[in-house]
Design a protein around this ligand. Sequence first.
Ligand code: PZK
Length: 294
Amino acid sequence: MTDYDLPPDYEHIYSGKVRDLFRTPDDRLLFVASDRISAYDWVLPSLIPDKGKVLTQLSLWWFHQLEDIAPSHVTTAAPPPSVRDRAMVCERLDMFPVECVVRGYLAGSGLADYRATQKICGLGLPPGLKDGSRLPKPIFTPATKAEIGEHDVNITFDEVVTSIGQEEAQQLRRISLAIYERAEAIARNRGLILADTKFEIGLGQRGKHHGEYVLADEVLTPDSSRYWPADTWEPGHAQPSFDKQFVRDWLTSEESGWDKDSGDPPPPLPDRIVEQTRAKYVEAYERLTGERFS
Ligand code: PZK
């Protein structure tokens, strides 16, 4: 799973469903995006060729678009050759224990919370919103990581304040909303709706960014964000996922033979679904950046 043929002095620290973190010999972090793909809370037994490269290159492009809002954790050091295009050498930050989520549209856990309470993270919303509705304005909807394997838990802004302090909570909200606003406008001009997105932010520990709020992880990739095709957006039902819809449709089709509620692991994807899905990640990269993926 984390076999990237790295030099022996790179120490594996942690793996998420689709990304892996290593310590470099000089005590920085190597962030590696795999070709793994998740759906229905499973990591599928199929890889999507170039997915890690596409998402890493997209993330680097976004970090550049956001440089005037917040610095990123990415350093100029080159990753080892075996992971060159899918990895970033990053500075080690003191991470805030908060998932900084911004929503401009109603979906996912935000939709579930709205239906239950007409609120998200304690923020009241107007009545009558539907699945996929645009919100009156983007909202900061923080979450905490639950136990491993569990879903993030939405929390109120006051709970963030209690956890990390008033000044710090306000900074995370300010930075997150500013980034969403910038990114949503760029995506909209490229025919994509950025429905929601999640950031991880930390404080610089040394050097140029000492004491500064620094953007970490990967940013504004289809794995950390919900992108929808703008031309078919229609509130009132679940919007098709820009990147994973072929996967979801096949996994829930008769052909797959899989029941997502069975507890059984999902089967491998047919080659055509793998290829269609790869093409969607490449399309996301090319539409957003305006550059050919290579
Ligand atoms: C850090 N994660 C999440 C990332 C995973 C899990 N620059 C940083 N400094 C300190 N900690 C982190 C980062 C970053 N990025 C990020 N956990 C810790 C994560 C990658 C793979 F499995």
